[in-house]
Structure formats: C-alpha cells, structure tokens
Write a protein that binds this ligand. Structure first.
Ligand code: GCV
Length: 664
C-alpha cells in the first residue's frame, strides 16, 4: 500500500458541474471575523483551494460586505460552533457563532458544491449536538497501532513524534466532519508513551498541537496513572497521598505551560493490567478527581474510562458477569466526580461486539458527566477486510431510551447535555486510520471514518444520508454508483452479523487477534466472555434468575430484558439461555435460525461482490482494486464462519438442517 502519496479522501476538490454555484463564491467578505485568526485563515485557505479545484473560480476577498456574493458573518444567534447557510437575492450568507462554526460552515459549503447541489434558495441551520466530538487513537510510540488495520501510525515512529504534511491533512479531514478533540496515543500507556508528559516530547507535541489548533482541534493525551512512579516522582500513585497530589499539580503546571493547546487527558485505569486507584484501596472517583484538580487551573478535563472489569475470571464461575462490571464499579460514586471529569462509557457493557445492548451506565449515572465511546476501528467487526458500515449501529445507540427520566432520556440527550444541562459531555470513537495510502486499509472503511464525525455533529442525520454524502464526495456523483454502494454499505452490518454471532451472543472469535471464527476460542478463558452452549441450548442467563445484569436498567427496560418473551429478539442470547428448539417470532427454531442466517450471510457477501464488480470503471481504479481484493478475503472469512458455526451447533444439538444443506 502506497504510504508517501495518500488520497485526499472526501476532500478531493476535483472538477464539478457548477449549477450556478460559482457566482455565489466569486466575491467573499468577512463581517465580524478577522482573517488574522488562525482558524479563519485556514477556513479561507480551504475555501480558496476547494472552490478553485471544483469550479475553477478564484475567490476574491472584498472588504465591503455590501459588494460580496458570499458573506461570512460572526453572529451570536447560533449555538457554540454552530452555523447557518442562507441564500437570498443572489447573496449567500454563512453565519457562525465562532471560528470553529465558520470553519465547519465552509466545509459544509464545499461539501454541497462537491455533491453538485445547487445553492440557490438554500436555508440550513446546523448546531452541533455533542460539545466534545473526539477521535481516540490507539497508536503506540513504536509506530504500531493497537487494533489498527490500516498500516502503521502516522503520529509516531520509533519513539519519535511525526509532524508533517500528513498531520495537517489528518487535521483537515477530521475538522471537515466537525471533530474538535483528538487523543493521539493508545490508552494502554507504556514505555516511551509515559514520557509524553516530560520535556523529552514537549516541543514536538506543542508543534503538533499548533497544527491541530489551526483547525479548531484540541490535542489530548492518554495518561499513565502510575506516571509518578515511572518518572522519578513519589514511590506511590495513591490519589489521597499529598505527595502524589503535589507531584501531579507541579507536573500539570509544567505540561500546560509547554503545550498550551492541550485539552486534557484520557485515562484507562484499573483495567486489563493497567495501574489505577484500586491498587491503593481508593475509588475510581478519588483517582479521577485527583487528576481533575491538577488540570483544573488550566481549563483541562479528565476523561476517565469505565472499561473496568475482572480480566482474570474463572470460566467455571457462572455468577460473575463481565457485563455487570462497568455499572458495579462506577454507580456507587455517581455525583462524586468533579465537574471537569467525564466518564467515558463504551456503547455496550462488553466490548464493541456486532450486537450488544446499550450499557446501563449510560443514564444509570444521573449526576456525572457522561461521554459515549464507540469503535470505528473494526476490531470485532471485520478489521477493515470485511465491510461493515457502523453508522446505523451508532445511530441505534444514540436513539436508545435509557428511561432515566420522562423526557430527554435517550443516549443522544445524555451526551449532548440536554438531559442534565451539562456541557462536559460528548462522544469519542476509536479511530480506524493508519499510514496506508487510503488511510483506512479498505477504501469503504473510510465511510465509517467520515460518518462518525457527521453523526457526532448531527445526531439527527440518517445513516443513509451520511453514506450517500460519503459516496458522492469520495467515489462519484454518478447515480448508479451512489445507489449500489449505498446498498452495499447499508446492508453490510446485517450481513456481517448474519455470518458471525447470532442474536447478541458475541465473541466466538479467534482469541487475541479477534478476526475469524473460533466458537470456543474464549469459552474456557479468563476474559469473562462466554456463550455457555451445551447440547440443549445456548446463551447467557443475565435475567434476575441468572447474573442479574438485566436489573441494572431503569424500568421498563429491566423487565423487558428480563423475560425471553419481551426481550428484543436480536439480543435474545445476550440475556437468556435458550433451547435450540425455541421458536422465534419468525416461526423458526433457534437452531434453524442459526443455520439460515449463516447461509444467507455468505450469499449476501457473494451478491455484494457482484454489485461491486458492476462498478468497475465507474469508481476510482485503486479503490476498485483494493476493495475487490478485500472482498475475496471477506468471502473466505464468511464461509469459514458459516461452516464452523453451523457445524459446531449441529454437532452440539444433533438437529438436522430442515433444508438439508451441507453442514460438517
Ligand atoms: C486498548 C479491548 C481491546 C484492547 C483495548 C481495550 C480497551 O479489550 O481488545 O486492545 O485496549 O479493549 O478498550 O482498553
């Protein structure tokens, strides 16, 4: 894969049909904004390049807004970072609340032109839903990426930080979809990464943060909770130890003085072997608050992850349930966290499976800032070999009613601050980029990279609309391409789910790598990830008769999940141990459903390939070839899943496929 010459993704700015749009953008004026402002300056640069590339028009700046056809106005009618776009009598007015709003408005305008949408009569108002919209990178300083499927890191190589043209392109891409915060290093902070908060890296981090600042993005770092011990401070990380607290206060003074554009820190503590406050008999709140106090004078925030569970469980133990852990570890201290702490909660209680219920911590916490964490990197969803457009999954999570109150009870309400009127809220995604020429390994995986930002900005957008935007901007405006690729993307999650894990059971993947089928791969492991299949049935009893996990939800969700009759069927095996002969709503037995969906899943991949092949010559050649090659691997993977899952459950249950297809 080409590494030094990379694509411009959805910011290609290739020649477009004009539809009279050129007339609006020929003469522009600023009103209430200064071209000296770094974000405004970069917005104007982008406007110039984009318009010239797409319409062949050079944007001329005029000082009198009365003479301009495009007026860029600073207006306090909009929410922070919001903008509106309006055309009236030949004048296009882009009003924005602040410089970020203007930058997003300019990118929006360029997007419309790139999609060949006429600007005449346009009236759009766009205010961001989430205050914080972040990409988290799991990049290690040696250049590897934890759960990375697109090459090596473009932030780090051999313990050095890279700041170059690619850094700027990355910042442009993510700013164009409204991202305003980026964590550049892995939450598993080890070796050199612990030293990111020392003078060894200050200068270059500051330089990197300056590039981000040009596009309204704040830099964040993942922090090693045990840093005092590793960096020559006190021999403890006890959050109540005055010496430790003092060490962090001094450290933060130093760090924020050296990297003024730093937004704060992301912390994975007491999780999967990482150090944390539990070591000292302290709570998660005590740990988070100590750091929050240290960063507060500098306006910093602490994003504290809730992915805390026992990863050394005994598989024989049927009472301990990993799904319960997030809630059990965090709910007792609800309300004890400082205002500048945000708890970052994975969308599901386990770990980014293709289907999980929404974490009961979201909305379970009523007096604590909450942030949703999703995974755009396809760790469990095909690793950017298999196609899996994840935006519908994210949308489902946002729309989920937690029932934490009568109104404003969805995840969307909680993380946008509508439920409790708080502003330290938002959304973060584990990013799927690397230094591959196409940034995301599989060209179609860039739809997730793009789509996450768009959805974070506007929860109301339809995943189909987002897919269409991405296709038009990245592949082609041709109607046949748009329709067919949309079909591939929109069906891809259902297809992936069909040939992998049925009805919310999850896991059944190859241990460690998490790609490919291994039904019992985690069944006798320490990770708390079991399917509990026997010769009679399959699934984990998480009802009140089992682990009690279902009771962590507010009513009526708790009762709904508690009974197999009312539990949404796509989550049946997540919540219940069900006999193979159980009849589903379709009238099929569970075992027949497993057989059928697995055969269908493979057939759907074959169909996707046929559709993709019909687009040869209509989409960019390199994208065509890369995706085509990945489809071969996806088909191989899907067949393996189908045959292993079907054979496994046939052998366990001894029940024949009603259609007599080949099962081994
Ligand atoms: C960064 C899962 C992944 C780990 C990841 C962890 C986390 O367990 O497999 O690679 O570590 O989640 O979210 O911290």
């Amino acid at each position: 894969m080409q590494k030094t010459d990379w694509t411009q993704l959805w910011l290609k700015y290739e020649k477009k049909r004009d539809f009279g749009n050129g007339a609006y953008v020929a003469k522009a004026a600023l009103k209430g904004f200064s071209a000296e402002n770094r974000v405004i300056a970069h917005a104007l640069e982008e406007l110039n390049n984009g318009i010239y590339g797409m319409l062949g028009v050079t944007v001329r700046m005029v000082s009198d807004p009365g003479e301009a056809s495009l007026v860029l106005v600073n207006s306090n009618d909009r929410k922070k970072e919001g903008f509106s776009l309006r055309e009236q009598e030949g004048v296009l007015t882009l009003s924005a609340a602040d410089e970020n709003g203007l930058l997003y408005g300019v990118f929006h305008l360029l997007r419309l032109i790139a999609m060949e949408k006429p600007l005449e009569g346009i009236r759009q108002v766009v205010d961001p839903d989430d205050p914080l919209r972040m990409y988290d990178h799991w990049d290690n300083m040696d250049g590897s990426i934890e759960r990375g499927y697109s090459g090596e890191s473009f932030f780090f190589r051999q313990d050095e930080i890279l700041v170059n043209r690619r850094t700027r392109d990355y910042a442009r891409f993510v700013a164009s979809i409204g991202i305003n915060g980026v964590v550049i290093n892995n939450v598993n902070v080890k070796q050199a990464a612990t030293w990111l908060i020392t003078e060894r890296y200050f200068k270059v981090l500051a330089a990197l943060s300056e590039i981000f600042a040009d596009y309204g993005i704040r830099l964040y770092l993942s922090l090693n909770y045990a840093a005092p011990l590793e960096l020559g401070g006190p021999d403890s990380a006890d959050p109540l130890n005055p010496e430790v607290r003092h060490w962090w206060e001094r450290k933060m003074e130093e760090v924020f003085a050296e990297i003024p554009n730093l937004g704060g820190f992301l912390v994975k503590a007491d999780s999967e072997g990482r150090p944390g406050p539990f070591t000292y008999g302290r709570t998660q709140a005590e740990g988070a608050n100590m750091l929050a106090d240290a960063v507060k004078p500098f306006g910093g925030i602490i994003i504290w992850r809730c992915f805390v569970y026992n990863c050394t469980q005994d598989w024989r133990d049927q009472k301990t349930d990993r799904a319960r852990a997030g809630y059990d570890n965090f709910i007792a201290q609800d309300g004890d966290y400082r205002d500048n702490v945000i708890l970052q909660i994975k969308n599901g209680p386990m770990d980014f499976q293709i289907r999980e219920p929404v974490s009961p911590l979201l909305g379970g916490l009523r007096r604590t800032n909450q942030m949703l964490e999703v995974q755009v990197a396809q760790e469990y969803t095909g690793q950017q070999i298999d196609i899996c457009y994840l935006i519908p999954l994210f949308k489902e999570v946002l729309d989920f009613h937690t029932c934490c109150g009568e109104v404003c009870d969805t995840v969307s309400d909680l993380i946008s601050g509508r439920t409790y009127g708080n502003t330290n809220t938002g959304i973060a995604a584990v990013c799927n980029t690397g230094d591959d020429g196409n940034w995301t390994g599989n060209d179609l995986a860039a739809a997730n990279f793009y789509g996450f930002g768009r959805l974070a900005f506007c929860h109301g957008l339809d995943p189909e609309e987002i897919a269409e935007e991405w296709i038009r901007l990245s592949l082609s405006n041709d109607a046949d391409v748009v329709e067919k690729v949309k079909g591939i993307l929109l069906g891809s999650r259902r297809t992936y789910e069909k040939y992998t894990c049925p009805l919310g059971i999850g896991w059944m993947v190859a241990p460690n790598t998490h790609y490919g089928c291994s039904v019992d791969g985690y069944e006798y492991s320490r990770w708390g990830t079991y399917h509990r299949a026997d010769h009679l049935g399959l699934g984990v009893d998480r009802s009140s008769r089992g682990t009690g996990y279902a009771q962590q939800y507010h009513e009526p969700n708790a009762s709904m999940y508690n009974e197999p009759e009312t539990c949404p069927e796509e989550l049946l095996l997540f919540f219940h141990h069900v006999p193979y002969t159980h009849r589903l709503k379709s009238g099929k037995t569970l075992i027949q459903h497993i057989y059928d969906t697995h055969f269908e899943g493979v057939a759907e991949v074959e169909e996707m390939i046929r559709v993709w092949e019909s687009l040869e010559g209509k989409v960019p050649e390199s994208a065509y070839r890369t995706v085509r090659e990945r489809f071969d691997r996806q088909l191989y993977n899907a067949r393996e899943w189908r045959d292993q899952v079907n054979s496994y459950f046939y052998r366990k249950s001894g029940i024949e496929d009603e259609q007599g297809r080949e099962i081994y």
